[in-house]
Write a protein that binds this ligand. Structure first.
Ligand code: U5P
Length: 213
């Protein structure tokens, strides 16, 4: 059964922590990104970990030169268990983050094809190559889209790595369309469909049960 990762893109510290408290029995990992961290500060990652003791992944889609990527990785991985990076900037930039992560025993997750419609414009044409690069570099996991199950399948087959897949819920992706592609090392990311619902706890439970089928 694939794991459930909550994308916690809320802007308020107290609301974020309340949601974590509510859903912690049903999610396997929490993904934070610029919306929450820029609103509240990096310490929020520590607070979330303390509250739920789950894996916390920083979705910073790091995409800079190696020297700058290294700095970003050092700061981020002091707090987070893993960091999401872009691959299109090239192997050297990804390796700079891997070097930091290895020393700290943390994860590097690389984006291949994104889930939004605009990803077909520039990313999709290079996504297979990015997946090959992810395999060669032995990153810990890749990001691939639930909104295009056929692409998710192709990318996973190329990379032969665990997948973290966004797009279920608010972006229109459906668990039933991706479940047969995924295994127990993969994660399904759900954000708004859980945290914007009237009852995030119930909704997280529902998603967890759907993944269990
Ligand atoms: N995300 C995507 N697509 C990608 C990569 C990352 O949606 O290709 C992130 C978004 O930034 C958000 C989460 O944090 O995954 C999806 O949230 P939601 O659409 O379920 O609310």
């Amino acid at each position: 059964m694939p794991k459930l990762m909550l994308a916690l893109d809320v802007l308020d510290r107290d609301r974020a922590l309340k949601i974590v408290e509510d859903v912690k029995d049903y999610v396997d990992a929490i993904k934070v990104g610029y919306p929450l961290v820029l609103s509240t500060g990096t310490e929020i990652i520590k607070e979330i970990k303390k509250l739920c003791n789950k894996e916390v992944i920083a979705d910073f889609k790091v995409a800079d030169i190696p020297a700058t990527n290294e700095k970003i990785a050092k700061i981020t991985l002091k707090y987070a268990d893993g960091i999401i990076v872009h691959g299109f900037v090239g192997e050297d930039s990804v390796k700079a983050v891997q070097d930091v992560a290895k020393k700290l025993n943390k994860k590097v997750i690389m984006v291949t094809e994104m889930s939004h419609p605009g990803a077909v414009q520039f990313l999709q044409p290079i996504a297979d190559k990015l997946s090959e690069m992810a395999k060669k570099l032995k990153v810990d996991a890749i990001v691939a889209p639930s909104t295009r199950p056929e692409r998710l399948k192709e990318i996973k087959e190329i990379a032969e790595l665990p997948v973290i897949t966004p797009g279920v819920g608010a972006q229109g992706g459906k668990i039933e369309d991706i479940l047969n592609i995924l295994d127990e090392n993969d994660y399904v990311i759900v954000g708004r469909a859980i945290y914007q619902s009237q009852n995030p706890k119930e909704e997280a439970k529902k998603y967890k049960e759907m993944l269990n089928k």
